[in-house]
Design a protein around this ligand. Structure first.
Ligand SMILES: Nc1ncnc2c1ncn2[C@@H]1O[C@H](COP(=O)(O)OP(=O)(O)OP(=O)(O)O)[C@@H](O)[C@H]1O
Ligand SMILES: CC(C)(CO)[C@@H](O)C(=O)NCCC(=O)O
Ligand SMILES: [K+]
Length: 256
C-alpha cells in the first residue's frame, strides 16, 4: 500500500491508499522538530485505534516546508524500509512539467493539485486551495501548471489583524449574518469573509479574461464550503484533491 504525506505550513496529512481507495486519513500539525520516532508513535497509535494493519511498501511526500522532509525520510526508511518519492526532487517526475519562469520553485502542493485536478477533470482549470495561503493554480488545456496567484490565507488574515492591532481579538472565521458588523468580532469576520468572496470571484474572472476561455473552478481545503454557502464561486469541491494528486504522481513514476 501507498502512504501519501501532504505536509503544509500548518498541518500535515497522512493518507493510506490501497490502490483503489483511501483507507485512512490522519492529520497532525506541522513541526520540523518532530522526529521519525514521534511520527511513528502517533501513526501506529491511530492505526490501532482504527483497527487497520496496512502493509505500507511505498511512500510519497509533498512538503511546502523543506526542513520536515529530513525526518519524514528517516521515518520512511526506518519503519517501512523504503525510499520515499519526494515531489519537487529531480527523481520525482511529473506527468506534465510546469511552465513557469526559469529558476522558479513552485510549491509542491500546487504541482500536486494540478496533477490531481487534470486527472479528474481534464485541462483549462483553476484550482483554489484554502490552506495557510490561498493559492490559485492554473492548469493548461494539456495539464501543465502554468502559474497562478498566492493570497494570504483566511485564518492567516484574521490572525494578522489580531497580531498587529492591540484591540483586535483572536477570531475564528464564520459566515457573518450581515455585512455591517455592530461589534468587533462581527466587523472582523465580515471583512475577511466578504472580502474573500470578492477576492476569489475577482481573481477567477481575471484569470478567465487573461486566458480568454472558459475554465472550470475546483476548490479544495477546509474553508471552501463555508464560502460557497454565500456565492457560487466553485464548480466542484474536492476535499481529497491534493491526496489524489499524490496518487497520480506516484502511479506516473511507477509506470516505467
Ligand atoms: N467550517 C470551518 N470553519 C472554520 N474553520 C474550518 C472549517 N472547516 C475547516 N476549517 C479549518 O480550515 C483550515 C484549512 O484546512 P486545510 O487542511 O485546507 O489547510 P491547512 O492545513 O490549515 O493549511 P496547510 O495545508 O497550508 O497546512 C483547517 O485549520 C481547518 O481546521
Ligand atoms: C504558497 C504555498 C505556501 C501554499 O502552500 C506553497 O505552495 C509554497 O510555499 N509555494 C512556493 C512558491 C510558489 O508556489 O510559487
Ligand atoms: K493544503
Amino acid at each position: 500500500m501507498l502512504l501519501a504525506i501532504d505536509c503544509g505550513n500548518t498541518n500535515t496529512v497522512f493518507s493510506i491508499w490501497d490502490g483503489s481507495q483511501f483507507v485512512c486519513t490522519m492529520r497532525t500539525s506541522t513541526h520540523h522538530s518532530r522526529t521519525a520516532d514521534a511520527y511513528f508513535t502517533w501513526f501506529s497509535t491511530l492505526l490501532k485505534h482504527y483497527e487497520i494493519e496496512p502493509d505500507i511498501t511505498e511512500v510519497i511526500i509533498s512538503s511546502t516546508v523543506p526542513r520536515v522532509v529530513f525526518n519524514l525520510r528517516v521515518f520512511t526508511d526506518r519503519f517501512f524500509g523504503c525510499r520515499p518519492l519526494v515531489v519537487g526532487k529531480p527523481e520525482c517526475e511529473l506527468p506534465h512539467p510546469p511552465r513557469v519562469d526559469e529558476g522558479t520553485i513552485v510549491g509542491p502542493d500546487r504541482l500536486v493539485n494540478a496533477a490531481g485536478a487534470y486527472d479528474r477533470h481534464g485541462g483549462n482549470l483553476i484550482v483554489v486551495d484554502f490552506g495557510t495561503a490561498t493559492t490559485f493554480d492554473v492548469v493548461s488545456k494539456d495539464g501543465n501548471y502554468i502559474g497562478g496567484v498566492i493570497a494570504p490565507g483566511v485564518n492567516l488574515s484574521l490572525e494578522a489583524l489580531h497580531m498587529a492591532a492591540a484591540a483586535l481579538p483572536h477570531v475564528d472565521i464564520g459566515k457573518p449574518q450581515k455585512v455591517i458588523g455592530t461589534n468587533t468580532v462581527d466587523c472582523m469576520q465580515s471583512g475577511v469573509y466578504w472580502g474573500y468572496i470578492g477576492l476569489v470571484r475577482e481573481i477567477c474572472d481575471r484569470i478567465r479574461a487573461e486566458r480568454d476561455r472558459e475554465m472550470k473552478v475546483l476548490a479544495t481545503g477546509g474553508l471552501a464550503p463555508l464560502l460557497q454557502q454565500s456565492a457560487d464561486l466553485f464548480d466542484v469541491y474536492e476535499e481529497d484533491l491534493t491526496m489524489h494528486g499524490l496518487t497520480v504522481i506516484h502511479a506516473y513514476n511507477k509506470k516505467d
